[in-house]
Design a protein around this ligand. Structure first.
Ligand SMILES: NC(=O)c1ccc[n+]([C@@H]2O[C@H](COP(=O)([O-])OP(=O)(O)OC[C@H]3O[C@@H](n4cnc5c(N)ncnc54)[C@H](O)[C@@H]3O)[C@@H](O)[C@H]2O)c1
Length: 439
């Protein structure tokens, strides 16, 4: 079996997820180079792959890409605004690339990367990890089988969760679109990707509303200090109190929260608390220099007139997950947050003792996971491991599926998010073709 060699550019939260999965699939992958300025994050990578030669370890992407290509592919997992330059340079050097989503924060940059990869003939896979999760793979398989007829409508809900919102999109790296991306791109390019993929048709028009209504100064209770590290009279009742979120583990994703707040993996409470004194994670949730929306709706029209709606909202409980209902001409499919089933309703099939059509089958997706060897324990419902398995096949020219999230596929889905943001800001309906031609 061919072993693919990789370099990781940005070994932060996402970078180390992919290299950890590479470690689990060690027969297929080997890490041979690292570009990462945080020493502790480099140490973490070396704990996984101790044989990375010292001369292949750099503190910036510029340095690792300043020498000829020395691995099969590059993982680009730096922050959103730091994707374009390393991606273009890696393409120029001939690397195949695994790039974190969004491809880039602007449509122009996304187009540039997509075109550059096409011209150079390198493969780019974008981390729309949900597509590789057993639940969504099964949804696609059922739709393609014709079981629910033609898909006419999709209703999708991205329940961000109030404390996930607070951590990532208020205090965290994606709280301010001037330094990251608009919310509908940062959080929901996964959703626009899945919707267009399941619909199986191109999106033609989008329309969107949304605003930042709650996580702002107007909602700051009287007497609350600017920083949550200081004494606050509201600490007891405030669910966004940093001690609760980062020290007392009152959130199920505490380990991930802590790593991000400290800036490296495996930080102790003391190290997290020290970091909170200085960085933005230590601010009052109502005074965090954030500007991205906390709720948004998107209406989409597809070729042939099918339609979809997407609601993104911060105002859900922790880890509520994505919900989706797919309406076909012969039946419906539904997923409810993290439930391990797909609920299928066949039209015209009366269930004894019930009025009208009811859920006629609960499709257990666990079997599918076992068959693929993709456990739900990996992040994004198995999607994080799933994308690395697909990457191996795609980069070794053995991939036989048609679901790979290449740059070209991903660019089309990013256009829905960019279009939605344009619509939200300008109050207009966006024609996707015209929008893309004007870029
Ligand atoms: N696919 C998903 O579901 C998903 C989920 C979360 C985040 N993301 C995306 O993944 C990307 C990374 O997010 P993250 O949470 O890992 O962020 P992060 O901040 O934890 O990681 C970024 C890393 O880049 C490093 N870095 C900074 N400057 C560098 C330089 N000059 N050269 C090389 N490395 C440098 C940082 O030290 C850090 O370790 C973002 O684009 C984000 O939007 C994707």
């Amino acid at each position: 079996m061919k072993k693919l060699t990789a370099i990781v550019i940005g070994a932060g939260g996402r970078g180390r997820i992919y290299t950890s999965i590479m470690k689990d699939l060690e027969g297929k992958f080997e890490l041979v180079g690292i570009a990462e300025p945080v020493e502790k994050s480099v140490e973490y990578e070396l704990s996984l792959f101790p044989d990375v030669p010292k001369e292949n370890i750099y503190d910036t992407w510029e340095k690792i890409l300043d020498r000829p290509k020395f691995a099969d592919f590059a993982i680009i997992a730096t922050q959103d605004h730091m994707h374009t330059e390393p991606a273009l340079k890696a393409i120029e050097l001939g690397y195949d690339i695994l790039i974190e989503k969004p491809i880039a924060p602007t449509p122009e940059e996304c187009k540039k990367i997509t075109m550059a990869a096409k011209e150079k003939g390198v493969k780019v896979l974008v981390c729309h990890v949900l597509r590789y999760a057993p639940k969504f793979m099964k949804l696609k398989e059922i739709i393609e089988s014709g079981k629910i007829g033609e898909v006419m409508s999709i209703q999708a809900l991205e329940s961000v969760g109030n404390r996930h919102m607070a951590h990532s999109f208020v205090r965290g790296a994606w709280g301010n679109s001037d330094t990251s991306s608009p919310m509908i791109l940062a959080k929901c390019c996964h959703d626009t990707d899945i919707i267009q993929w399941l619909m199986g048709k191109k999106c033609t028009r989008v329309h969107s509303f949304g605003s930042l209504s709650f996580f702002n100064k107007a909602h700051q209770p009287e007497g609350a200090p600017s920083r949550c590290t200081e004494e606050c009279p509201h600490r007891e009742e405030c669910i966004y109190d940093i001690k609760k979120m980062y020290i007392e583990n009152q959130y199920m994703g505490s380990a991930w929260f802590k790593d991000a707040a400290a800036g490296f993996a495996g930080a102790t409470n003391e190290q997290v608390w020290e970091a909170l004194q200085k960085n933005n994670y230590g601010t009052c949730i109502y005074e965090a220099n954030n500007n991205v929306v906390d709720h948004q709706v998107v209406n989409m029209e597809f070729e042939g007139g099918s339609t979809a709606t997407l609601t993104m909202t911060a105002f859900t409980g922790d880890a509520s997950g994505r919900c989706m209902k797919i309406f076909g001409t012969k039946g419906t499919l539904e997923i409810r947050g993290d439930a391990k089933f797909i609920y299928y309703t066949k039209f015209g099939q009366r269930i004894e003792g019930q009025w009208g059509d009811r859920v006629s089958e609960e499709i257990d997706i666990a079997r599918k996971e076992d068959a693929n060897g993709i456990g739900l324990q990996s992040g994004h419902g198995g999607g994080d491991a799933g994308i690395m398995q697909t990457l191996y096949e795609y980069f070794t020219d053995t991939y036989t599926g048609n679901a790979a999230t290449t740059a070209e596929v991903s660019y089309l889905n990013h256009l829905i998010s960019f279009g939605a943001e344009e619509s939200r800001v300008t109050g207009t309906v966006i024609d996707i073709d015209k929008y893309s031609q004007a870029l």
